[in-house]
Structures are given as C-alpha cells and as structure tokens.
Design a protein around this ligand. Structure first.
Ligand SMILES: [Ca+2]
Length: 529
C-alpha cells in the first residue's frame, strides 16, 4: 500500500485555520515579563562557543558507535545530566526515585545524591523518576528539576529539588490516571534559559483520549516554562512568546504538540535546535527536528504515525504538520526510539561532530543523522551496541559534550565512543596468471558483490617491483609508473549486482612474476578471492 504523502494544498491551507498556532521565533530579550531569565545569556554564549567545534569529516557510512561500561549497579536508570559546576560529575536518575552521582575518577557514589522515593510511583514499567535537568546556575543554586510519576495518582509531575535543604517543590502536575505508559518525562533547559518538559499522550494504545491533536491538554506535548519566576497561582511563568499564549481554550505552556511518547528530546548546543525522538505505535519510530525558537509545531500524532496516516478522524485538513526527518520500521527487533543528542564534544569531533545519535531500546541499533546543508538529512545505521549495553534508556553528555548512555537492565552506565570503519567491500577480484621467463599474462575476474549496479568503473592496481605494463584487454588501460588503471569501455560500463566481467593484462618482469594483489574499484578496495 503506498504511503500517503503530505501534499502542497494542505500546507497552503494553513492560512485558513483559526486555532493553528503560528510559528514564532523566540528572542531571549523580547518578552514583556522582564526579559529572558538570567540563564539565557549564559546558555547562548555557551552555544556560541560550542558552535566553533569542527564538523565531522568522516562520512556517516564509515562511522561506527560503540559502548564501554564504566559503572554497574544502577536501579533502572532513566536519564542523566551533567551539572555545570566544574565537578565533572554526571547525575543519573533511577526509576524508584533516587539520583546517583558518577565521576570518571571515582566511579558511582554508593549513597544517592537525593531520594524522593516516597513521592514517586514506580509500580509500572514506564512509571517512576523519569527526568532531570540542572539549571545553568546550578553551581550557586544547588537546585535540580525532576520529572516523575507521583505516588498515589501517577500524575506526571515537575518539581524543583534543593540539595541544600532537601526541599521538594511541585511546580506542575498533569493527571495521568488511566494508563501507566506514555508519561514522557524528559527535561532540558533550552538555549533560551526556559525549561522544556515532555509528556506522553496519556497512554494505552492508539491515543484513546485524542490528546495528540488537542491543545486544551498537556498530554502529548512538549511544554516550555520559565521556572525562574512565578505568575499568579502558578509556581512558574509561561513565556510571553509561547505559541498558544492568548489562544482561547489552549494550554499556554505548550511548545509543540502531536506527540505520542516523546521519551527523550535534546537541544543541539551549537545551534539551539530541538531534536525529538517520538516512540511509535506499531509501524514506525520517528525523529523530529525543529530550528531554535520555533514554537507551535504539530508533529501529527495521532493523525499520523511517522510518515503514515494513523487515525483519519484526527486529521484536521487545515492543520500544517511537521514531518519527521527520520523514521525506521518496527521490524527486525526494533521497538522504541530512544532520542539522543548531537555530538559537540572534542574527542571525536573529526568523526562524529554535528551528528545526532539515537538508539532503539530493543534492537540496540544506533542511528546517526546529520543535516546535509540543503534542507535534508544524511542518515545511517552506525552500529549495534547490544553486546555491551542492552535496553539503553537515555543518552546524555558531559559538560564538554562527550557521550554517555544508561541502560535499563541490568542498570549500567556506558561511555559512547566512535571510530572510523572502512565501508564494506562491494567488489571481489580473482586473478589467474600464466608467466614465462620475462613476462606474464594475468586474467582478472571482477565481481560486483554490492546490491546496486556499478555504472562506469575504474579498476586500479599496482605492479610488483621490476614489472612494467605492456598491454591490456577488456577495458581501456593507462599506466603511470607501476600503477595501472583500467576503465570501462562503452560496451561494458555497467556491472550489474552480482555480475562479473573479465579483463586481462600483459606485463614484463625481471624475475618476480607475482601478479597484483590489491585492487580498488572506483577507489573502494576489493576483496580478493
Ligand atoms: Ca509524527
């Protein structure tokens, strides 16, 4: 069945709608309620510095991600964050309600940094302490923001924890009583200094409350709030430039909607853009990407699941949908996308700089995504880390941008590293020779072992010492010193997948009649066989 694609007329129809939010550009200094929080300035300058790091020179196809376990004994970890306090620590949430501190030199601290277990409902697989964010002023404030499902009623709860006095102040609570899955619970400060929180669609299956497309509920959303001030009855303020401010019937905390279970999202520290991994229903997983400051995006659920239509009753023909920039199917053991981070560290900058890395919870396949500079994206599977770290639940970074991951069972902390690997060979060469006292004739059988036809070819090889090219057949030959290049003739330019062709070379030698042993086809090395 062909997939239904979003088409032009629907996009144009946006101007006719009333409730469709208008994409806004948040400027940190322009809000009317006293300007941006103090964090904004620091966050922006940090972003500018991070933007100076070099971009990767290695093609995604040659990039491989791997993990190495550095700590064990975590209790179902769900998130990790690096406080910017010069300590070099990572804080890791554990589902039962504890936060553990880790330092590369001293390992995992045995005693939890904090314990709010008596406030947390972790009775179900997707419930518990789910998210953590450290504000830019953490070094002074010693405050952390936590997202969890609350004891008693399972409400998705945002709270501020003071390490100095072990205080816990609830800021926001969203009822979530019917189903225990799809709680979201990711927290992160944006480059604008505001706190962003994801909440799932209310759970169950198939969006039973139709919350994805409704803007009168916080379910199925990413929220954006100012936690540095309080407004009226709220323990936070809604930024004036949130997209639904002043829209009747809408919750003004909403930043983006049409999400199913945005378990993890993150900001690229270099450009402030927002990356979201949204867990799919039964067909596909998706990754979404929004430019910095673009509020009001509708990611489609439950009208859409990824690229496909899901529930036509939820499709408003007047609503503009933001397409996922990457999807992958729920086949081959895949089950749930774990949205990751954009690599902006130094150690692997030449390999992975600017690459968004996500992983599937069940299959442990790692996906790399890079904007291609022309509005599109390069994507590739860049490894499978299932041998070292099954069931990854979160990818986080150090203050310097180096990657770590936590995995669910058995709970561990892992360093993520990258290496360059040669692309798999897609050609094979077999050589037979017939030699005489001062020359030889080599017959070369070249096979395309790839899945795509080769259109136009250039086979290069080097003669052994003391040998000289005399002539060739089956192609157009040229020789420079001991390097010989054979190019296709008009009649044999295409080598179909799995097909072979034969060519030959006559060379002189002065005692060593060894035929060439290394061949490259269009600059890619061929296997010998
Ligand atoms: Ca979507």
């Amino acid at each position: 069945m062909p997939r239904r694609r979003w088409t032009g007329p629907l996009l144009l129809a946006v101007s006719l709608t009333v409730l469709t939010p208008i994409a806004v550009t948040a400027t940190a200094s322009a809000s009317d309620d006293g300007g941006a929080p103090p964090a904004a300035e620091a966050a922006r300058s940090a972003g500018a510095a991070a933007g100076d790091v070099e971009a990767a020179a290695v093609p995604l196809e040659n990039l491989t991600a791997d993990t190495t376990q550095v700590a064990a004994g975590l209790r179902r970890p769900t998130a990790l964050v690096a406080p910017d306090d010069g300590s070099g620590r990572l804080f890791i949430t554990e589902k039962p309600g504890t936060v553990r501190a880790y330092h590369p030199d001293t390992g995992l601290e045995a005693t939890p940094l904090l314990d709010i277990g008596d406030q947390v409902d972790f009775s179900a697989n997707e419930r518990g302490l789910l998210g953590i964010a450290a504000p830019p002023d953490f070094a002074d404030s010693q405050e952390l923001y936590l997202a969890y499902t609350a004891a008693e009623d399972g409400a998705v709860t945002l709270a501020r924890y003071g390490l100095n006095d072990d205080s816990l102040e609830v800021l926001l609570s969203q009822e979530h009583p019917e189903y225990d899955n799809h709680n979201g619970g990711q927290l992160a400060f944006g480059p604008d200094g505001y706190l962003y929180l994801s909440i799932g669609d209310g759970g169950g299956s198939g969006d039973p409350f139709d919350t994805g497309q409704r803007v009168d509920t916080l379910l199925g959303k990413i929220l954006r709030v100012d936690v540095n001030s309080a407004c009226g009855d709220l323990n936070y303020c809604v930024p004036e430039d949130n997209p639904f401010v002043g829209v009747e019937g809408a919750r003004e905390e909403i930043w983006a909607f049409g999400l199913r279970n945005p378990w993890k999202f993150s900001f690229d520290p270099a450009d402030g853009s927002l990356w979201i991994g949204d867990v799919g229903q039964g067909v596909m997983e998706e990754v979404n990407h929004l430019p910095a400051g673009e509020g009001g995006a509708n990611f489609g659920w439950s009208c859409r699941e990824g690229d496909d239509e899901f529930d036509p009753a939820q499709c408003d023909p007047n609503s503009e949908l933001t397409e996922p920039i990457f999807t992958y199917p729920l086949t081959g053991g895949n089950c749930a996308v774990i949205g990751g981070q954009v690599y902006r560290g130094q150690e692997f900058a030449d390999l992975a700089g600017g690459t968004y890395v996500a992983v599937d919870y069940c299959s442990s396949r790692v996906f790399g995504i890079r904007p291609d500079g022309n509005g599109g994206y390069d994507t590739a599977e860049i490894g499978n880390v299932g041998q070292n770290s099954t069931q990854i639940t979160a990818i986080g970074t150090t203050v310097e941008g180096e990657f770590y991951a936590v995995n669910d069972l058995p709970g561990g902390l892992h360093r993520i590293t990258f290496e360059e690997t040669a692309p798999a060979s897609t050609c094979q060469v077999a050589v037979t020779t017939e030699s005489w006292n001062n020359g030889y004739n080599a017959e070369i059988t070249l096979t395309n072992t790839g899945e795509e036809p080769v259109e136009g070819w250039e086979l290069a090889f080097t003669l052994a010492e003391g040998q000289r090219f005399v002539s060739g057949w089956g192609g157009v030959f040229s020789a420079t010193g001991d390097t010989v290049v054979a190019r296709n003739d008009e009649h044999n330019a295409t080598i179909g997948a799995g097909e072979s062709l034969t060519l030959g070379v006559v060379a002189r030698h002065s005692g060593d009649a060894t035929a060439p042993t290394a061949f490259t086809l269009n600059e890619g090395a061929c296997a010998l066989g």
